[in-house]
Structures are given as structure tokens and as C-alpha cells.
Design a protein around this ligand. Structure first.
Ligand code: KG4
Ligand code: ZN
Length: 342
């Protein structure tokens, strides 16, 4: 089955073709980051308009790269949520329009299920069951995954998502949006140990997260340094490193607890923050001690992309699931509501 995947939930237009027999045939991404940079974050209306401009040309380009005509497609998968409503509607209506014209099934995919299954596109993917740490701009969740659509939420952030905390910290450090990769780059020249930030919610039991206090701690540290006349680049780098280390270690501590609670030793880490090298180092040393293994998507599929939507959609379409006539755009959508695949 050849599936066209369409991702438009936020500020990236992603398109891919996945074939259940051969694997990923082609994929491409258009990032709107430059358009939103002046505003310090994503402007929803600008995002929707830009998806309208970019989506169909990107579909043509990806099909050409795959050496396919539209008539070679067997189905279309698109991100139905969660995300920005206007941006989602562009993907949803385009997918349904194409599906109707081609007379093929169309399926709305859950964005976080796309992230969760992205490591399956790599050679030697994990077997079920596994623990998934989902860390993106909007979500921080630990999920026990028994199979596709069999998700038990073990814990989640009670306030900011990990990616959101990176983005807010970046702003305080005077760095542009999206802040995660920029905080990580600045942290590389930080001195370890000059500042030590708290590991939120690790002193009491449980698998939930909280990152808003860490943000305040960062703000206070920078304010105190500035009050003492220190506004140097080195201090900003030291703060970036202390923040990044605290987030990475906190996430690793919760992953260790989730493994202890479930007895599962396979961990996948997905979503934009899974691109973070410090986090990967923390998790790899944890897994060495725990005699387990950690899996990721390749770097370009950690952040939003069409390949993960084509892959996740293909698994469900193969099981006979499809939308019918309804064009879905669901801004808030708990992943636990997804049906299992039969
Ligand atoms: O999964 P994603 O592309 O979009 C959402 O579904 O939210 O994740 C974007 C988030 C942003 O908050 C971004 O700052 C963060 O992932 N991010 C990173 C890194 N790369 C992206 N955070 C830390 N380190 C990185 N290398
Ligand atoms: Zn995402």
C-alpha cells in the first residue's frame, strides 16, 4: 500500500510517501520558521496561509521524487490533531479533496502517534511493548505502548511541555524561536556545575512532570547575575547548560521509574526535544545501567515531518480504518482515545 502523508499541525509543511512493501519512498519538508521569527513564536493565521501556499506544490515535488503519479497512490493520511485549528484544516481539506478526486481512502492521524511511531522507520525498530517518552513543543508524556493504539498514559506534564520550557528559556537568554536547538548550542560552551538547577518533581513518587518552576528558577538566576553586574555570554551559556542538564536528568529519572514500574526495558524517545544530544547522553547512560535499550527517530524525523504521518496512517489504513466523509481537525485530542488496530 502506497500512502501519501501530510503534516500541517503547526509551522512545518511535511509531505512523504510510505510504501508498506518497500518503506519510505520520498519525503520533504518546508519550514515556516523564518516567517514566525520576528514574532518570537508561531502566529496561527500566518501558519495556515503558508500551508495553503506550500502544501500542493510540496505534494507534487514529493511524488516526482518518488517517481509516482497521483494515480499510483492507494491512500492518503493527514494530521487531524492535536494542533492549530486553521493549520490542521488546510491538511484535512487538502487530503479529503485529493482522496475524493482519486477515489482512494483518507485517514486522519494523531500527531503524537505519528511522533511515537517515527522510530519504526529506522532499521532495527523496537518490538512491542515499550515505554515512549514523548517530548515536543506541546506535550511531555510517558506512555506504555502495548501495540499500535494501545496506549496507557503513565505520566505527563502538569504545566509546561519540555519543548515549551526550552523555548521560554531561549527567550530569556535572548535567543530566537524555536529555542530548543539554540539553547542546546549555547549550552555547549557552558561550564558544568557553576549553576545547579532543581530536578522538579523527582523527590516525591510519581511519573508526572512540571517544568514551569524551572523556568522561574532560570529567570531568577539570570536576574541575580544581572543585578550583580554580570550579563556575560559565559554566564548565559552556564545558565543554558544548567537548564538543559536539569531537564535531561529529570526526564531520565522519570524514564527509570517508568521502567521499574512496568518491567519494560525498551524505551523510545520521540518529538522535537528527542533531538537534544544531552538528553540522549543521559538516557544512553541510564539504559547501560538498566541493561535496556533506547530508540530514536533519525534527527530530521524527531521534529514535525510527513514521514511519521504516512507511516502511522499506513498501519491503520492496512487495518481497514478510514475517515468516511468527515474532514477531521481536532485541536485537543487525548491519545488514549485512539482505537487499537485489530
Ligand atoms: O515535535 P515538534 O517539532 O513540534 C511539536 O509537535 O511541538 O517539537 C518542537 C519542539 C520545540 O519546542 C523545540 O524548541 C524543541 O522541540 N526542540 C528541541 C531541540 N530541537 C527541537 N529542544 C531541545 N533540544 C533540541 N535539540
Ligand atoms: Zn510535533
Amino acid at each position: 500500500m502506497r500512502v501519501l502523508g501530510i503534516e500541517t499541525s503547526c509551522d512545518e509543511t511535511g509531505v512523504a510517501v510510505y510504501c508498506s512493501e518497500v518503506g519510505l519512498l520520498a519525503h520533504d519538508l518546508y519550514s515556516q520558521v523564518a516567517q514566525h521569527a520576528d514574532y518570537g513564536g508561531v502566529v496561527p493565521e500566518l501558519a495556515s496561509r503558508d500551508h495553503v501556499r506550500k502544501l500542493l506544490p510540496l505534494c507534487e515535488k514529493v511524488l516526482a521524487e518518488a517517481g509516482l503519479a497521483k494515480s499510483d497512490l492507494d491512500a492518503i493520511a493527514y494530521t487531524a490533531g492535536p494542533g492549530l485549528i486553521g493549520a490542521l484544516m488546510v491538511g484535512s481539506t487538502t487530503a479529503h479533496g485529493l482522496g475524493l478526486a482519486l477515489g482512494i481512502p483518507v485517514l486522519g492521524v494523531h500527531h503524537m502517534e505519528g511522533h511515537l511511531l517515527a522510530p519504526m522507520l529506522e532499521p532495527d525498530p523496537p518490538a512491542f511493548p515499550f515505554i515512549a517518552l514523548l517530548v515536543s513543543g506541546g506535550h511531555t508524556q510517558l506512555v506504555q505502548v502495548q501495540g499500535i493504539g494501545e496506549y496507557v498514559l503513565l505520566g505527563e506534564s502538569v504545566d509546561d511541555a519540555a519543548g515549551e520550557a526550552f523555548d521560554k528559556t531561549a527567550k530569556m537568554l535572548g535567543l530566537d524561536y524555536p529555542g530548543g536547538p539554540r539553547v542546546a548550542a549555547l549550552a555547549r560552551s557552558g561550564q558544568p556545575g557553576r549553576f545547579v538547577f532543581p530536578r522538579p518533581m523527582t523527590h516525591k513518587p510519581g511519573l508526572d512532570f512540571s517544568f514551569s518552576g524551572l523556568k522561574t528558577y532560570t529567570a531568577n538566576t539570570l536576574r541575580d547575575a544581572r543585578a550583580a553586574g554580570d550579563d556575560s555570554q559565559q554566564t548565559r551559556a552556564d545558565v543554558a547548560l544548567a537548564f538543559e542538564t536539569a531537564v535531561a536528568e529529570t526526564l531520565a529519572i522519570k524514564c527509570r521509574r517508568a521502567m521499574a514500574a512496568t518491567g519494560i526495558r525498551r524505551l523510545i524517545v520521540a518529538g522535537g526535544v528527542s533531538a537534544n544530544v544531552a538528553l540522549r547522553e543521559h538516557l544512553e547512560s541510564l539504559m547501560e545501567k538498566e541493561q535496556g535499550r533506547v530508540y530514536y527517530a533519525r534527527h530530521e524525523f524527531c521534529t514535525d515531518n510527513g514521514a511519521m504521518i504516512a507511516y502511522a496512517g499506513c498501519q491503520r489504513l492496512l487495518a481497514g480504518q478510514q475517515d468516511g466523509d468527515a474532514m477531521l481537525a481536532v485541536p485537543r485530542w487525548p491519545m488514549a482515545e485512539l482505537p487499537p488496530i485489530a
